[in-house]
Design a protein around this ligand. Sequence first.
Ligand code: 3PG
Length: 215
Amino acid sequence: MLPQAYDFLASTSVIPVMVIEREADAIPMAEALVAGGIKVLEITLRTPCALAAIKAISKAVPDAHVGAGTVCNSDDFSAAIDAGARFIVSPGQSDSLFDKSITSKTPLLPGAVTATEVMRAAEAGFKVLKFFPASTSGGAAAIKAFSGPFASVSFVPTGGIGPKNLLEYLELPNVQAAGGSWMLPKSKVQAGDWQAVTQLCREASELSNMKELTQ
Ligand code: 3PG
């Protein structure tokens, strides 16, 4: 059972990692993802229009559950909440991010890929952790190994995940969801080919349903 603040994760197996270069793409991109069955959206603070995109999507796409990713300091954390982010994802962890999450009651998924990082985050009360970059940090085998010593912690791996290896991760009981950008290929986004994005999301949703059939 997830702590209350992480309940939104129970409704998804896949989280798109969105890098929005043009503000005008924000709403159609979010609509395309939602149309493909993917409603929990992580918008990375990697581009100048990221906060505006969070604001716009939160307002215009009510079915989306919008969060901010690539949050590396407490100022960005505050700005993301002000823009409407309902959860925060960080590639790493710091005391100030932990404090901000606890005082604002906004769920944070801090990054952890080593036993020490997992212990530090869990000790601070964070039980759902981003595992990034997954493919170069031991992949699914490393997450599986963490299930022994860290039975109460689960992971959202990102980095190098796609249709070919998604199920390897989702089949692990300590993987809550998997994130990535494979459903948003640059060429399709640049061309505004939102139907292609929706189709890739449908395929990802179908794959994640296969995980439910195997469990
Ligand atoms: C992330 O920020 O979580 C990753 O960069 C996403 O990785 P991907 O582009 O390999 O899916």
